[in-house]
Ligand binder design. Structure first.
Ligand SMILES: Nc1ncnc2c1ncn2[C@@H]1O[C@H](COP(=O)(O)OP(=O)(O)OP(=O)(O)O)[C@@H](O)[C@H]1O
Length: 509
């Protein structure tokens, strides 16, 4: 627990959701796991202090409420405000695509996985566009797999969303100057240029995600300076990305490149591109996803100490690749099997006058194409475990342990209605707009969240439930660290300006 935590384990929201642990602290909100006494299952609760200047939960609730019951959208159970914070309660999801990719040895998804998740991501993006909103922060950490169905992808975090249509469903006129929105690594060139964002900008972010999935990084991954990244994106020869990719990626790029602010993307066309690649390359809907292999090898959750080792392994691996590239130990690989992770041979990284081209071929993982037993076994294990955990929490909740939280001033319990939000739409939207700048992959953390938890004690402990030691250990291991890495890497920012490798070809060539 940290000083800035808004809730602590044992806190009870609206007499129904009991906080079991913190699972993430985004730039603007905090995410907790809670036990829903009514539904008898674990849920996710996102909260933000209602005294912090930038608030996004109102917008999130507005958007989520409108796209309920879509395939790639989590369920919204409640949203409201208390005297101290705004909150929303939703389906508890599994690891994000960012974590899943980083947990793979090669740090790349295979082409099979990438193409199949692309269909899901595209559908999620289309869903939000179809209700008149842009997401404006499309990135791998804003997509997560389900916990019950690890093959389903869900879109998250609508805190930067913006309505792009008016009441007549026409596209709103673009503002001359809109300010930067999004996350530097995945933001479109328009975002870098402070232009009004349109539907195609979400697809540009999606395109950058795809390249990162397949290659393991982006040419600007290590650069934090917004202007430098914007400059690289503007001058980069994107065809470099496409050399080893199926031609459909080129067509995807061509399509989004043609779109202007108020154009509607041809989602069906983009879908058909992914489908035709999938068919031509012989991939199947029921092939396993890359993370399902690792689910089989290790439990869903990774204890903290293991994560540190894993992180170090990756660091060593990268170091090896870097030094080997200079000695030519890793040869440029011209493998044509699209199902293998792609090489990073087109990446030029340079500081000052020194530049070196990383030629590497990360170790290949041949995909297992007969996944049935593997998948089912993995899922059965996790489902069984979570059923068990749910039962334990359900028993615990029934025992009615009092929470100090319940001594707080009563909740207003006010659930935000669409009307309410629409009335304040402009202001909540512009407030969300103020949550502008985000660093590479991470938002700037919100300042001044008041510590409201001082002096409170926790009333929810697994120890209290007299479980057999083995079950207790198993629950502790799995509920204390339910997902991948939430520890944010504090990467050192390189103060040196990067000497950018300018492409001889312009984007429009
Ligand atoms: N429903 C959920 N179930 C499980 N984990 C979740 C859920 N919602 C969010 N998370 C986790 O918490 C992280 C932060 O959540 P979210 O992106 O909504 O907050 P944020 O404050 O906008 O974060 P950021 O600024 O990093 O984008 C996500 O990357 C995700 O891993």
């Amino acid at each position: 627990m940290s000083d800035s935590d808004i809730l602590i384990k044992g806190d009870l929201i609206k007499s129904r959701w009991r906080i079991t642990q913190k699972i993430g602290g985004g730039g603007f909100g905090q995410i907790y796991q809670a036990y829903d006494k009514l539904r008898r299952e674990l849920v996710a609760v996102k909260v933000e202090s209602n005294s912090q200047p930038r608030q996004g939960i109102r917008m999130e609730v507005t958007v989520l409420r409108r796209i309920q019951n879509r395939e790639h959208v989590c369920e919204l159970f409640s949203g409201g405000i208390s005297t101290l914070y705004n909150y929303m309660v939703m389906t508890l999801l599994g690891s994000s695509l960012s974590e899943l990719r980083k947990n793979l040895k090669e740090q790349c998804f295979t082409l099979s996985t990438t193409l199949r998740i692309s269909l899901q991501i595209l559908q999620a993006i289309e869903s939000i566009h179809s209700i008149g909103f842009l997401h404006r922060d499309i990135k791998p950490s804003n997509f997560a797999i389900g916990r019950k169905n690890v093959r389903q992808i869900f879109i998250l975090d609508f805190g930067l969303a913006r309505k792009y249509t008016d009441y007549d469903q026409h596209v709103r006129p673009a503002r001359i100057e809109a300010g930067f929105r999004g996350t530097i690594r995945y933001a479109s060139v328009n975002a870098h240029n402070n232009r009004e964002l349109g539907r195609h900008d979400d697809l540009w972010s999606f395109f950058y995600m795809l390249i990162e999935f397949l290659i393991g990084s982006l040419p600007w991954s290590k650069i934090k300076d917004k202007e430098s990244v914007g400059h690289i994106k503007e001058t980069y020869d994107y065809t470099r990305f496409l050399t080893n990719l199926p031609d459909e990626f080129n067509k995807f790029l061509e399509h989004i490149n043609e779109l202007n602010y108020d154009d509607k993307p041809d989602y069906d066309f983009l879908r058909s591109l992914f489908n035709s690649s999938i068919q031509r390359l012989g991939f199947h809907d029921d092939d396993i996803y890359d993370w399902e292999k690792s689910i089989e090898q290790k439990p869903i959750t990774v204890p903290d100490n293991e994560r540190i080792h894993h992180h170090n392994d990756l660091k060593n691996n990268r170091q090896l690749i870097k030094s080997s590239s200079r000695t030519g130990l890793f040869k440029k690989h011209t493998e044509s099997d699209h199902n293998l992770p792609l090489q990073q041979s087109h990446f030029v990284i340079g500081t000052g006058d020194q530049q070196h081209i990383i030629h590497n071929k990360l170790s290949s993982a041949v995909e297992n194409r007969s996944p049935d037993t593997l998948t089912r076994r993995g899922q059965a294990t996790s489902n069984g475990l979570f059923t068990y955990i749910s039962q334990q929490f359900s028993n615990a909740a029934a025992s009615g342990a009092p929470s100090v939280f319940s001594q707080w001033l009563p909740h207003n319990g006010e659930t935000l209605t669409d009307d309410d939000i629409l009335k304040g739409n402009k202001s909540s939207s512009s407030r969300a707009d103020e949550r502008a700048t985000t660093l590479s992959g991470e938002r700037i953390s919100s300042a001044n969240i008041k510590n409201n938890s001082a002096g409170r004690t926790s009333h929810m402990s697994i120890d209290e439930y007299n479980l057999p030691p083995k079950s207790q250990r198993s629950i502790e291991q799995n509920i204390q660290v339910p997902f991948g890495t939430y520890t944010k890497n504090t990467r050192r920012q390189n103060p040196l300006a990067f000497n950018l490798q300018r492409s001889s070809r312009k984007k429009s060539d």
